[in-house]
Write a protein that binds this ligand. Structure first.
Ligand SMILES: Cc1ncc(COP(=O)(O)O)c(C=O)c1O
Length: 387
């Protein structure tokens, strides 16, 4: 089997990238903020894109094999049988969230989220003119926990929808089948729409399993959608192609009637080409090795923090490449990301952007070589010593 080398990254080459991660700050800053990895593309994705470029295949999108290719991936990766005919293509996960909110809820209705949570969840709900209802995750000794009692209370008090983030960004928590079944029971009982953002699902670590929300039996009897894409797992958010899976064929038909009919024209042809390659066997072999590398990084990061910055709190994430770091004991104030940038020249995502529950926290990205993770921690340590 081909072995991919995730350690082999050149800072000089990364600094030539023109996307927001590398272009936002000057050359003295190490960017570790936005959820984007530094690795080279999966070779099979690279080849598929190169072939498309050589053919000048950059026109309007055609679905091609994406439905069947996603269905095969879902079965192989999550043991999840999906009806390929019921899938809806969207340009990206967040536009899928916005379309579902618009199609299935009304202005002013409450939408539950679990802060600290991915900042665009707030903007998506506000721009749809829905009301944000918060049920914060609880920081327990063994990791971040969903508060099912408060969730039930929010549903009982009339929230109309629940925007679930599973795996959860920024905490990296993966919800178990039992937790998701409990959510689905409540949602069915209170007639709440569930939109499950599973963009980090392909990056679940070996000791856990990703359970697609709409694969649970009560979800299938209610109104729900799972939205997923290749943008995080294969690191191609530029390419704009996401898949929305309705909880049943009936829900799928309602969605098809209510969504704008030109959706396919908003999806990128290159995104379809790249996603088909990502979902195929070669793409999955690369993904498995990527997850093994990230698994190493999340563990080594724990040891590094314990040795270099013992005041920082860190629950090892169950998925992905984001570390949610509690910096409240470092004495850097309510927005430590500003201090890390000013004094240490390392750009981290500010915890307060994830909601007031994130004050005093930062989000670090370890989707890079471990050398660069070490460099980020070195810069954080410099910040603390210059206090
Ligand atoms: C939870 C979550 N949802 C959605 C996105 C963005 O996905 P997309 O670019 O497909 O909208 C991200 C990106 O970091 C994310 O972490």
């Amino acid at each position: 089997m081909v072995k991919f080398d995730f350690d082999d990254l050149s800072l000089e080459r990364l600094r030539k990238r023109r996307g927001s991660k590398w272009a936002k700050y000057g050359p003295d800053v190490l960017p570790s903020w936005v959820a984007e990895m530094d690795f080279a593309l999966a070779p099979s994705v690279h080849r598929a894109l190169q072939e498309a470029i050589e053919l000048g295949d950059c026109g309007y999108a055609h679905e091609g094999e994406i439905r069947q290719s996603f269905a095969r991936f879902a079965k192989r990766k999550f043991d999840w049988g999906v009806n390929s005919e019921a899938l809806v293509l969207m340009p990206d996960v967040m536009s899928g969230v916005a379309e579902v909110l618009r199609a299935f809820t009304s202005a002013g209705e409450g939408v539950v989220i679990n802060p600290p949570v991915y900042p665009p969840f707030y903007t998506a709900i506000r721009s749809a003119e829905r009301r944000i209802v918060t049920v914060p995750l609880q920081d327990a000794a063994d990791g971040w926990q969903l508060d099912l009692q408060r969730l039930e209370a929010a549903f009982e008090q009339g929230a109309r929808a629940y925007l679930l983030c599973n795996p959860h960004n920024p905490t990296g928590r993966v919800f178990s089948r039992a937790e998701l079944e409990a959510v689905a029971r409540l949602a069915l009982h209170f007639n709440v729409l569930v939109i499950s953002d599973e963009v980090h699902g392909p990056l679940v670590m070996p000791e856990k399993s990703h359970v697609p929300y709409v694969s649970t039996s009560d979800a299938q009897r209610s109104l729900a959608f799972t939205i997923i894409s290749t943008s995080k797992g294969w690191n191609i958010p530029a390419l704009k192609c996401a898949v929305l899976v309705p909880s049943s064929d009936v829900v799928g038909r309602q969605a098809a009637q209510r969504f704008p009919h030109d959706m396919i024209d908003r999806v990128s042809q290159l995104g379809i080409v790249a996603s088909v390659a990502a979902f195929a066997e070669d793409g999955l072999q690369w993904l498995d090795q990527l997850v093994a590398y990230l698994d190493g990084n999340r563990q080594r990061l724990g040891a590094l923090l314990a040795a270099e910055l013992p005041g920082v709190g860190y629950h090892i994430p169950d998925a992905g490449y984001l570390a949610w770091l509690d910096c409240r004991a470092l004495g850097l104030g309510s927005n430590p990301a500003d201090e890390f940038l000013d004094r240490g020249r390392v750009a981290l995502y500010s915890g307060s952007d994830f909601g007031p529950e994130g004050e005093g926290y930062v989000r670090l990205n370890f989707g890079t070589s471990f050398d660069l993770v070490q460099e980020a921690i070195r810069r954080m340590k410099v910040t603390v010593s210059r206090r």
